[in-house]
Design a binder for this molecule. Structure first.
Ligand SMILES: Cc1cc2nc3c(=O)[nH]c(=O)nc-3n(C[C@H](O)[C@H](O)[C@H](O)COP(=O)(O)O)c2cc1C
Length: 300
């Protein structure tokens, strides 16, 4: 049976990828399995300069999920290109770098440097991070600003440009269309849902930043709804994520219109989740006489 899917110029051996910020740079999980078994791996959000991220505590467990306010801790684009990239470039999978920034200039600068890496066929433009003071979600909650940053990056980046959207908007379709109109080759959704938790014993917010991003199974119905709305409205492929932990979860997204999926928070619970999901998709196709996984994409 065929599990291959195409996202613009990317050929994926199966529709399962990892989600940015939950998989480090790929190496952290290679004790568990070979990342080449996946359709793609999306690496940690990368910015122009190295970032320490936000003060602790910056993670908290919630019913059926977690809140995080990591705030784009990363080694910076220069160290990524010089030190990290040579250690992962051999991987036989689509290596996708999540590009973040606090200004249009920073997004363009990072994208242009990543463009020069031969074995990175795509970037995922993160205009949806809720955990940074400047930029991030600010770009992804306004259609004009979303279009402006996507158009600027489009000018300097020649390979597959995936734009990652936030659910923290009234109409995600409006932002999706703006990103598509400005040159996005694919859209990924959703980033985390803005949330907050209070420690009643300390009478203080749980997170140092007060608010943070909610992820995990609790956000899945929001994410499936967003994917369904966006996939009907745009012509470019949609990559679905948010709360995927099993093959059935992944199937929900595929049937709602996602061409591929990403696995995020589930990696912290079960490091094997992405490969288990690949096996589960194959089993589902076999049991239901589906010769090609593309047959079920968007059937809702
Ligand atoms: C600890 C943590 C760090 C994250 N870092 C990033 C990041 O750097 N860039 C990004 O676009 N999304 C980041 N995300 C969001 C995830 O990629 C994903 O969009 C979100 O968690 C929903 O998927 P999930 O429920 O499967 O985790 C992060 C999420 C978590 C939990």
């Amino acid at each position: 049976m065929n599990l291959n899917v195409d996202i613009h110029n990317l050929h994926l051996k199966n529709p399962v990828m990892t989600a940015s910020g939950t998989y480090g740079y790929g190496k952290q999980y290679s004790d568990f399995y070979d990342p080449s078994l996946l359709g793609g791996i999306v690496l940690k959000g990368t910015t122009g300069q190295p970032r320490e991220g936000n003060a602790y505590p910056r993670m908290a467990e919630t019913p059926s999920g977690m809140l995080n306010a990591v705030g784009l801790q990363n080694i910076g684009v220069e160290a990524f290109c010089k030190e990290m990239y040579p250690t992962i470039e051999h991987l036989d999978t689509n290596i996708i770098v999540n590009v973040s920034g606090s200004s249009i200039g920073e997004y363009c600068d990072v994208a242009a440097q990543i463009d020069a890496l031969p074995n990175v066929p795509a970037i995922e433009l993160n205009i949806s991070c809720p955990n940074v003071k400047k930029g991030g979600m600010g770009f992804g909650t306004n259609p004009e600003m979303a279009a402006e940053v996507v158009a600027a990056v489009r000018k300097v980046y020649g390979k597959t440009l995936i734009v990652k959207l936030t659910p923290n908007v009234t109409s995600i379709v409006e932002i999706a269309k703006a990103a598509e109109g400005a040159g996005a080759d694919a859209l990924s959704l959703i980033n985390t849902v803005l949330g907050m938790a209070v420690d009643v014993k300390r009478r203080k917010p749980v997170l140092s930043t007060v608010t943070g991003g909610l992820s995990g199974p609790c956000v899945k119905p929001i994410a499936v709804r967003c994917v369904w709305q966006v996939a009907k409205a745009v012509g470019v492929p949609v990559i679905g994520l948010g709360g995927i932990a099993t093959a059935d979860d992944a199937l929900e997204f595929l049937m709602a219109g996602a061409r591929a999926v990403q696995v995020g928070t589930a990696n912290f619970v079960n490091p094997m989740a992405p490969v288990d999901i690949v096996a589960g998709l194959a089993r589902y196709c076999e049991e239901n006489n589906i010769a090609d996984i593309n047959e079920i994409i968007g059937i809702i």
